[in-house]
Design a protein around this ligand. Sequence first.
Ligand SMILES: Cc1cc2nc3c(=O)[nH]c(=O)nc-3n(C[C@H](O)[C@H](O)[C@H](O)COP(=O)(O)OP(=O)(O)OC[C@H]3O[C@@H](n4cnc5c(N)ncnc54)[C@H](O)[C@@H]3O)c2cc1C
Length: 238
Amino acid sequence: MTLKSLADALHIRKELAVLPHSAHIGILGGGATGVELAAELANKFQVTIYQGAPTILPTASSNFRHSVENCLKKRKINIIVNAHWDTPPKGVDYLIWCTGVKQELPPTDMSITTISGEVLVDKNLRVKTAENVFSLGDCAATFAPKIAQTAEQQARVVAINIIRVVERKPLVPFSFRCRGFLLSAGQFCGVGEINGFTFFGFFAWWLKRTIYLFKIVGLLPKWKLAWEYTKKVIFTTR
Ligand SMILES: Cc1cc2nc3c(=O)[nH]c(=O)nc-3n(C[C@H](O)[C@H](O)[C@H](O)COP(=O)(O)OP(=O)(O)OC[C@H]3O[C@@H](n4cnc5c(N)ncnc54)[C@H](O)[C@@H]3O)c2cc1C
């Protein structure tokens, strides 16, 4: 089973609901998605993360990674690094793939994409060889991490550049400004890094949820989510 969309998440939740607490859940991929999922499931199941690279969260700073590893250790999550499989690992009752997203591009000229299918862009996010086409977010081949804050920052640059194309002005380049990272490490525990300062615990967990709450579009969905979060804090036994 893969975890990429809301439909995937609902499907996994339904299937896990009927598994016994002794079940062993395998998670392929030790990136942010795999780690967050492992930490959520560890309350109920035995969990192992199988990571292809030598460490989990390979792009994170070592401070951040160590804090996350400590949280996972406390939750008794097994981490196996340098793991590669063509067949599912033995002794695992349920396997979830969290090995990154693949772009779903329409059939396109292969000369404008990388081997992994990302669209090649110049420093202004303009598609190489296509003057009036821009690419941004997960599908654009830039050095920025494939996360929401990258897509948001690129959206601003592309909006400005479209206007500048119309006004025949020079385009502005994109450069990623990291506003920090927040990762949920299971119930009421998170790890954060802002301006090189790493912190963990309930505050990091709360901050991540609060920031997402503010990003939700529309007042009603915001209230609904706030209510869900509040219920979880009040009624979950720690
Ligand atoms: C499980 C998971 C958890 C994540 N957690 C975080 C997190 O905690 N924090 C964070 O910052 N980032 C997180 N990310 C990454 C973040 O979601 C993405 O980086 C961000 O959504 C990228 O925005 P985007 O607009 O490029 O792509 P998307 O948000 O994926 O939007 C692309 C849209 O295009 C549509 N589409 C696809 N192909 C076509 C087509 N051919 N024609 C028309 N429409 C099409 C898709 O249906 C989709 O709606 C997570 C990603 C995943 C998968």
